[in-house]
Design a protein around this ligand. Structure first.
Ligand SMILES: [Zn+2]
Ligand SMILES: [Zn+2]
Length: 139
């Protein structure tokens, strides 16, 4: 039990926590992430959806990904901060890493949707990069 995953929005109305260990951490350069976060990319920490406790009023915005799956993004109803996302068919919650109370331990493992990255974004040359998503096992 690490208690690494604990955080919330800018105003404090939305809070989340889980004892689950992070599954994977990645920088996502997709256009939707850019628009939702107001930044050139988001750093997402994927955690098991079941164990997550979330409180506070959120607004949901649903978009269709390039794979045709629905992606639900949840932002604070008061301050508007983008806190987490859920992609249908992916059994995890993607926490927006900058909303963690302590994000200093976060270490992105890959860059995804590099095909839509802003040309002025600096990426770690050592990280694996995928035009879209890495090949998935399962189904
Ligand atoms: Zn808020
Ligand atoms: Zn994205």
């Amino acid at each position: 039990m690490s208690h690494k995953i604990k955080g919330g929005c800018q105003c404090g109305a939305v809070r989340y926590s889980t004892d689950a260990e992070p599954m994977v951490t990645f920088n996502c350069h997709c256009t939707h992430c850019q628009q939702a976060s107001g930044a050139p990319f988001t750093t997402a920490v994927a955690v098991q959806r079941e164990n997550m406790t979330i409180s506070g009023d959120v607004i949901e915005h649903t978009q269709t990904s390039d794979l045709g799956t629905l992606v639900h993004r949840f932002s604070c109803a008061k301050c508007g901060a983008y806190v987490y996302g859920i992609s249908d068919g992916f059994g995890a919650t993607a926490v927006n890493a900058v909303t963690l109370d302590d994000a200093s331990w976060v270490e992105p493992q890959m860059e995804v949707y590099v095909s839509s990255a802003q040309p002025w974004t600096h990426m770690d040359p050592a990280l694996p990069k995928f035009d879209k998503l890495p090949p998935m096992e399962e189904s």
